[in-house]
Design a protein around this ligand. Structure first.
Ligand SMILES: [Zn+2]
Length: 85
């Protein structure tokens, strides 16, 4: 669910860049392109982290050799039948 909306952070970064790069004192609408670019790239960076992170934290479950039900690959004991690794 979180990964599906990872691209939103790119938009957020772009939006933050517009806010930070906007020249509030100047006349007319003016943006600092460098600030907008850096903030957008930061947003892209966060998007990549968010899209990769859950996969790192939650490795795919493997079937238990004893009962066949899905269990964490690093689990010492099976949460279903209690069989050791
Ligand atoms: Zn089991």
């Amino acid at each position: 669910m979180v990964r599906r909306f990872a691209w939103v952070w790119t938009i957020v970064g772009f939006g933050v860049g517009l806010l930070l790069g906007y020249d509030w004192s100047g006349q007319g609408v003016r943006f600092e392109p460098t600030v907008v670019t850096i903030a957008t790239l930061a947003g892209v960076f966060v998007s990549v982290i968010v899209s990769v992170w859950p996969e790192v934290r939650q490795p795919p479950l493997v079937p238990c050799p004893s009962c066949g039900r899905p269990r964490h690959p690093d689990a010492v004991l099976c949460p279903h039948c209690g069989a050791a690794k």
